[in-house]
Every structure is written in structure tokens, then in C-alpha cells.
Design a protein around this ligand. Sequence first.
Ligand SMILES: NC(=O)c1ccc[n+]([C@@H]2O[C@H](COP(=O)([O-])OP(=O)(O)OC[C@H]3O[C@@H](n4cnc5c(N)ncnc54)[C@H](OP(=O)(O)O)[C@@H]3O)[C@@H](O)[C@H]2O)c1
Length: 306
Amino acid sequence: MKKILVTGGSGMVGRNLLSHKESEKFDIIAPSHGVLDLTIKRDVDEYLADEMPDFIIHCAGLVGGIQANLKYPLEFLMENLDMGCNLLMSARKVGIKNVLALGSNCMYPKNIEEGLTEEMILKGELEESNEGYALAKITISKLCKIISNENKDYNYKMIVPCSLYGKWDKFSPESSHLIPAIIKKLNDARVNNEVNVEIWGDGLARREIMYAEDLADFIYFSLDRFNELPEIMNVGLGKDYSINELYSAVAKVVGYKGGFFHNLDRPVGMRKKLLNIKQLESFGWQSGTSLEQGLKLTNDFYLSNI
Ligand SMILES: NC(=O)c1ccc[n+]([C@@H]2O[C@H](COP(=O)([O-])OP(=O)(O)OC[C@H]3O[C@@H](n4cnc5c(N)ncnc54)[C@H](OP(=O)(O)O)[C@@H]3O)[C@@H](O)[C@H]2O)c1
């Protein structure tokens, strides 16, 4: 039985990995942030030397929506950079051969209308609102590449998921991403009989969103064929939705019957960030949960847990 270290096991992606049926095939260790703070290099060195997992799946990170990124740019840059660099450099030092790190679609240049291919990283200016987070992820992807090139026995790779949502998402307005924010807002509006809900911006920006359990499914799929996984690969749906469409879809699931208005003074981030999924298709995987199913499962989770 292969031993896997999952970092960020208490987060949304981590919890989906740990609760996935495939997890039973592995011996998984998932130290909490309190047990192993990845920003402390010496602790990471000691932990990895003691545990020597066959694989590391690096899901830990300081992760948040546009508000959190704008408020804490330094933390988003430095904490994500420190976590990734410490983990990869310690793993290299003690001889752990397989690492899968999670990137983000923020790594791509802003305002590109066509599908984002993996070669486009570093080919243009980043979106300012999450530049620090993006720079940290880009550096970690390059570190993966350099370590793997230095010694061919090492497979350090990165996947670049589109935006995610699902069970164990964060629903508080300060730290939430788009979908949990909409779910909370429309549930509150329904309960309070509000007739009009604010949408930030004109609602025409587009987002590609995947149910997080599907990403967990992809990760287990990739572990079985890790040598064939490209050094960096997008994991998305290949289609996106306008923010207006997402509000309508959530309203249907939540049962919110009121209207919407647009606040054009609020930031919206990138207009479009659709991933090109040619490599993913060749790798032989596709996401299985429809938008309606995913929203329903996430809303059920919200109603019973939050
Ligand atoms: N969510 C998305 O839409 C999305 C999209 C694309 C890519 N990703 C990537 O997927 C990964 C997982 O995201 P997520 O949504 O699951 O994030 P999340 O729910 O915020 O979870 C982050 C995890 O990292 C842990 N963590 C934070 N700082 C740490 C530290 N210094 N040492 C050890 N652990 C630490 C957190 O533990 P505590 O809570 O105890 O601090 C938590 O378990 C991230 O790399 C993210 O960039 C996410």
C-alpha cells in the first residue's frame, strides 16, 4: 500500500481527497496545520525524513477570494511561497520522488479570451488583485520543473485546476470564493425575503468552476499513471458560465425568487479565465458532476453544516 502525504487535509480539496472512496487504497497521512506548519522549514525537514511518503499531494495554501487577496497581498505571496518551497526542497533533500502540487488558474496572464494553454504562463501581465498568490504558484511550478530536470528519478508535477466549489468550502464573506459567496447570499436573501440581491460588476465576467470532489477523483486517477502526467496540466471543464448565469443557477437550487442588481463600483477580477483542456483530454479524464448536481450538493452541505 503506497503512503501518501496530503497537505492541507482540513481544507476543501484535502477533505474531498480524504473522504473519496479511492482513499481506502492508500495509507494516507494528513497532518493538520497545528501539527505541521509548512512555513517552518526545519519542521518540514524532520516530518518528511520521519514519514518518507511515496507521494506528496500538496493542497495546503493560503487560499481566498478577491477580498482576502486584496486585503492581504503580502501573506498570499509569502505564505504560499514558503509552504511550497519548504515542502519541495525538503522532499528533494530526503529523497521523496513523487510530488503533485496544486496550482491555480490565477497563474495565467489576464484578459486572454481564448482557452488558456499551459505554455501561456509567464507570457503576459498578471491580474493585480491576486498577483502575489499567482507569483507564488508560478515559482512552485518552476521549482517542480527544475527539480525534475535535475534528476530524472524525480517526478514533481503541478496541476492547474479551474475554480472549485463543493463540500467543505468556505462560506464566510471575508474568505469565500464566488460560488459559496452566492450560496450564502441567496440563502440569506430567501430567509429575509429580500427582493433584490447585489451582483458585483456587470455579471458578464465568466468563470469555469468544478465540483471539488471531481478534482479529488482526478487526483486519484492521476496517481495510477503518474509517470504519464505532463509536468504541468490544466484540470478544468473546458466550458465557463457568466456570473449572471451562475447567480441564476444558484437561485434555482436555493429557491430564491427575487431579482438582481449590478454594482459596477465593485471589483470583478479577470473577465474570463477558461482553461484549455487538450492535455487533460489526452490524459483520459473528464469531470462527471453537472453544475446543477454540484450546486445542489454544495447547498445541501451549506444548509446542514453552516
Ligand atoms: N478553492 C479553489 O477554488 C481552488 C482553485 C484552484 C486551485 N486551488 C488550490 O487547491 C489547493 C487547496 O485549496 P482549498 O480550496 O482546499 O483551500 P482551503 O480550503 O483554504 O485549505 C487550505 C488548507 O491549507 C492549510 N494550511 C494553510 N496554511 C498552512 C500552513 N502554514 N501549514 C500547513 N497547512 C496550512 C489549511 O489549514 P488551516 O485551515 O488549519 O489553516 C487548510 O487545510 C490550494 O493550493 C489552492 O491554491 C483551489
